[in-house]
Design a protein around this ligand. Structure first.
Ligand code: ADE
Ligand code: ZN
Length: 347
């Protein structure tokens, strides 16, 4: 149970949201690639972009649904060629995360987006891992990697990617499932996830973002997912909500992403308060912050500003959930929870 912190006026609450230590569990490193860095890497690598300027590229970020976003997001990754490029992208995110008081980040990467263009898996993982290692020593941020399979590609391609990745298993902690959800149910990847679990990897999956509640059930039952990424459509199925609460399955919710991709009409209409009220282990995350208008603190502050029912207790609960739901060690979780309580005691 959480302590009953008194409600704070908006300005103090927003300051506390920014200052509190937190974990980010749902961020795609390719979704942190800012337009300025896209143009810098394009120049460095001689890649020709179809947009004339940073402003023109940003102006194209008007999405109607998940697929309209993914088309631009995959195009942006064409500038990533060398180990240094992957390092620079991840390092920029980690510096930004540290400024938001993120003490632990579990970061998704999509190797198939790069190996499909001829970039070796080793180039991708070594650049990203170097940034994670340096973040720990220089920023005090614990950073881990989760390899995501692209669900619009075949099971055979996912299996080949896993085989290619396993020699690098010491550099990532788990596997996930992302990209176009509708028409690509979790069961398509049952054997891939079984093999990953046999190797001792953690497993998570995007489900119930655009897809129906049944996809959340099959992510749990077939893939044995330990966390559900998004999962907001669970609310359509009360039995599923009861199960998620009973089994304490975390949902990594991404409010700004959900609004930009049309999952909710506005932040004021987001179901985060209902999910918390149902007793679910919900966390707030940024998904693809370079595309959706904000990093983690922006997600928290804008969501709380739009939903006045959320106050100090929910702020504490979300940060506490982020540690509970992480794959960090018990001693790390204890240390971060103490820091969390200290931040609230000071507020
Ligand atoms: N890849 C990057 N962002 C994603 C999202 N929100 N849903 C599915 N796949 C993604
Ligand atoms: Zn995502």
């Amino acid at each position: 149970m959480h302590p009953s912190w008194p409600d704070l006026p908006p300005e103090r609450l927003h300051r506390l949201l920014r200052a509190m230590p937190k974990a980010e569990l749902h961020v795609h490193v390719e979704g942190t690639l800012e337009p300025e860095l896209i143009f810098k890497l394009a120049r460095r690598n001689g890649v020709v972009l179809t947009y004339a300027s940073v402003g023109a590229l940003r102006a194209a970020y008007a999405f109607t649904d998940l697929q309209s976003f993914l088309d631009i997001y995959y195009a942006g990754t064409s500038v990533l060629c060398t180990e240094q490029d992957f390092f620079d992208m991840a390092w920029a995110y980690l510096e930004r995360a540290a400024a938001d008081k993120v003490v632990h980040a579990e970061i998704f990467f999509d190797p198939q987006t790069h190996t499909g263009r001829g970039v070796p898996f080793a180039t991708v993982i070594q650049g990203l891992e170097h940034a994670c290692r340096r973040a720990h020593s220089e920023l005090g941020v614990s950073a881990k990697l989760i390899l995501c399979f692209l669900r619009h590609l075949s099971e055979a391609e996912a299996l080949a990617t896993l085989d290619e990745a396993l020699p690098w298993q010491h550099h990532f902690i788990g596997v996930g499932l992302d990209s176009s959800e509708l028409g690509h149910p979790p069961e398509k990847f049952a054997r891939v996830f079984a093999r990953a679990r046999e190797r001792g990897l953690h497993v998570v999956a995007h489900a119930g973002e655009e897809g129906p509640p049944e996809y959340i059930r099959s992510a749990l039952d077939v893939l044995k997912a330990e966390r559900i990424d998004h999962g907001v459509r669970c609310i359509e199925d009360p039995d599923l909500v009861a199960r998620l609460a009973r089994e304490r399955v975390p949902l990594t919710v991404c409010p700004l992403s959900n609004v930009k991709l049309g999952v909710f009409a506005s932040l004021a209409r987001h179901n985060l308060p209902a999910l918390l009220d149902a007793g679910l282990c919900v966390t707030v995350n940024s998904d693809d912050p370079a595309y959706f208008g904000g990093y983690l603190n922006q997600n928290l502050v804008e969501t709380f500003a739009a939903l006045p029912v959320l106050n100090t207790r929910q702020a504490w609960q979300l940060a506490s959930n982020s540690f509970d739901a992480s794959f960090a060690t018990d001693s790390e979780k204890t240390r971060w929870r103490e820091a969390l309580d200290a931040a609230f005691a000071r507020a």
